[in-house]
Design a protein around this ligand. Structure first.
Ligand SMILES: Nc1ncnc2c1ncn2[C@@H]1O[C@H](COP(=O)(O)OP(=O)(O)O)[C@@H](O)[C@H]1O
Ligand SMILES: [Mg+2]
Length: 272
């Protein structure tokens, strides 16, 4: 069914526009995400980061332009095909968006139950996902009993449980203190480096982006280590690149080094 070709980007936006009563929010947005790449979407509040992720997930349709993901033009998919498509991607919503009345285990199991996966299979997969985020001790807790950082971990476990090829993270560190933010970023890079997922991460924190770009998870030692500049670390293929949104378009696209060296006043605001 899928028409994957080896060099086709995993995600591509071509001239995508979407607007509301107040006018266009995205107007001619184009960018693409390669296999196993982490694309960091940076932009001030209201620049359309969340909209971009929702368009990528097929939760919204653009007014014009084309969104392609995993070899499919999303506009050509029926509602049923879209549901099947969404099972291949994980979405970590802004603020986590857990169901408050369900236990942690039931939150993580939710999408599997919707897919009618057998309970025999659900239990070990829920445990595996919660172990990955080091939250297996909270199975029977309610989200309200957890700290903000723990809830964010659970929402990552929930996105992982379907073993997605692509994970979309909407501001995963928003509202968290710097230390907790770093633990979330470490989790995201562990996922990238152990499972090889392709991801898009929206944030207004440039530190998040540099954390992803400058460190990698070393499977042999189980530690997060700096990526050296001489290129050997790039052999994981896990490149991190930025897309800076401004005025509904891509204002800047490129590597972390390029953004760090930039003299552009608008970009430098994010570096402070
Ligand atoms: N469903 C909607 N109806 C009307 N306006 C919307 C809707 N969704 C988003 N917007 C507007 O689009 C703009 C971009 O929103 P968003 O993607 O949430 O920005 P960001 O995530 O970068 O902060 C905001 O001004 C928001 O008010
Ligand atoms: Mg947002």
């Amino acid at each position: 069914m899928s028409s994957d070709t080896p060099n086709e980007p995993v995600i591509s936006f071509q001239n995508v526009s979407i607007g509301f009563d107040m006018g266009d929010v995205l107007s001619g947005l184009s960018f693409s995400v390669a296999h196993q790449e982490t694309k960091v979407l940076i932009g001030e509040s209201g620049t359309g980061k969340t909209l971009t992720l929702k368009l990528a997930a097929g939760l919204l349709r653009p007014d014009s332009g084309t969104v392609r993901m995993l070899g499919r033009d999303l506009a050509t998919l029926s509602e049923r095909e879209l549901l099947a498509f969404r099972r291949q991607i994980g979405f970590v919503f802004q603020e986590g968006a857990l169901f408050d009345s369900l236990t942690v285990a039931d939150n993580v199991a939710y999408s599997l139950r919707e897919e009618h996966v057998s309970e025999d299979e659900i239990a070990p997969r829920v445990l595996e996902s919660l172990r990955f985020v080091e939250m297996e001790h909270t199975l029977e807790k309610l989200p309200g009993e957890l700290s903000g950082g723990m809830r964010r971990r659970v929402s990552i476990a929930r996105a992982l449980v379907s073993r997605p090829q692509v994970v979309l993270y909407d501001s995963p560190t928003a509202g968290l203190d710097p230390v907790t933010s770093q633990t979330i970023i470490t989790l995201i890079l562990r996922l990238r480096d152990t499972q090889g997922v392709t991801s898009v991460l929206a944030t207004h924190r440039l530190q998040d982006a540099f954390g992803l770009a400058n460190y990698r998870f070393d499977g042999e030692t189980g530690r997060v280590v700096p990526i050296s500049n001489n290129g050997n670390a790039r052999k994981t293929g896990a490149a991190t690149n930025f897309v800076v949104l401004r005025g509904g378009k891509v204002y800047f696209e490129g590597s972390p080094q390029l953004i760090e060296q930039s003299r552009d006043d608008y970009l430098r605001r994010f570096l402070l």
